[in-house]
Design a protein. Structure first.
Length: 356
């Protein structure tokens, strides 16, 4: 079967492979907005997903990224037991951002046009202040600093969930979830990477970190006694856990053979560059915590808001992953496929109920 993640020259073929809903494109000349809103599925509820503001080599790359991320959000919501569908937005970042407020105001108008089928939130390259701008144009926004959808930065909850994912993987691999002395190599020390390092340091883990941002990197090194390595050497770091916390595609044909770890569990979306990588990790006896399960903490926070409810559900990522690991062991499939099948079954059942 053709790997749906390897070729995206035909967006309609990709949409068919991914059982996609719809993709919306918007160009606004005045603000220089070039944006995509991808809605994968709404069987469980309105689609919710962050707005990514990054550069792309081509518009096709941006569309592909939005679609793949939206599918991941569908699976993330389903497997987390949330009444939400999967969507994602991408704003193609121009070389020079002339008027950020004007750009995000135009994007807010775009979200409003979708009429509630998509709810936006913070993501790579966007901030709570951007969500506040969007909120002036539409109510279909979260992660704001004001109003009923005030949640602020979801990064601490995402990091807490990833820590619980790592603990579940360590438990499965080594028989105990005691993190004392467990060596974790964190790729990326941005918002989530920083908070993950903080969580892991607090439970006695040993840390090695890398990032292109030297200031963020040094902050983690200083505060959490982390060793620092070059971004190209993080893959080769001999460790118990490799935690990708930067952009997607960290596990690819060039890097998978460099890994010197027993576990891959991190915060980045779409960590596997192709579906084949999940099987390769299994063959190498590397336990993979499916990314959209491990990093669901931010979505859970946005969906539930109330702190005690959020923390309890994020903590349950631990038991969810233990169940996935156990089922994968029983069915002989890799953990990525196993998680996908569980999530898709939940989505399909919801679609059957709504149709009846």
């Amino acid at each position: 079967m053709r790997d749906k993640f390897e070729s995206h020259s035909d967006p309609f073929a990709l949409a068919q492979d991914m059982a996609f809903g719809d993709v919306h494109l918007k160009y606004d000349e005045a603000s220089e907005l070039k944006a995509i809103i991808a809605i994968h599925n709404t069987n469980l509820g309105p689609s919710l997903g962050g707005c990514r503001f990054v550069s792309y080599q081509t518009s096709a790359d941006a569309i592909f990224d939005a679609m793949r991320l939206a599918q991941g959000m569908s699976y993330k919501a389903a497997i987390s037991g949330l009444s939400l569908g999967g969507g994602k937005a991408v704003i193609i970042k121009p070389e020079v951002v002339k008027d950020r407020e004007s750009l995000f105001s135009a994007f807010g108008d775009f979200v409003e046009e979708i009429d509630g089928r998509y709810i936006t939130a913070v993501d790579s390259g966007t901030h709570v202040s951007d969500m506040d701008v969007i909120a002036r144009r539409t109510k279909h926004v979260s992660s704001t600093s004001i109003g009923e959808r005030k949640t602020g930065d979801p990064s601490p909850y995402t990091a807490f969930g990833v820590k619980r994912a790592i603990e579940a993987a360590v438990k499965t691999k080594y028989g105990s979830d005691d993190m004392t002395g467990i060596h974790v190599a964190i790729q990326g020390t941005g918002h989530v990477g920083y908070y993950l390092a903080k969580e892991l340091h607090a439970v006695g883990a040993r840390l090695t970190v890398s990032d292109v941002n030297k200031i963020a990197l040094q902050k983690v090194a200083d505060e959490f006694s982390a060793d620092v390595v070059d971004i190209h050497d993080i893959y080769k770091t001999k460790c118990h856990v490799f935690a990708p916390c930067a952009l997607g595609g960290a596990i690819n044909a060039q890097t998978v053979d460099l890994l010197a770890t027993d576990i891959v569990a991190g915060a980045a979306n779409n960590q596997l560059a192709t579906a084949e990588m999940g099987e390769i990790l299994k063959q190498k006896n590397i336990l993979y915590a499916p990314d959209y399960v491990a990093n669901a903490g931010g979505l859970i926070q946005i969906a539930l808001v109330e702190e005690n409810a959020v923390r309890e559900k994020v903590s349950n990522i631990y038991s969810t992953l233990l169940s996935i690991f156990e089922q994968a062991e029983k069915n002989g499939k890799n953990t990525a496929i196993t998680a996908d099948e569980i999530a898709q079954e939940i989505i399909d059942k919801a679609g059957t109920k709504s149709a009846s």
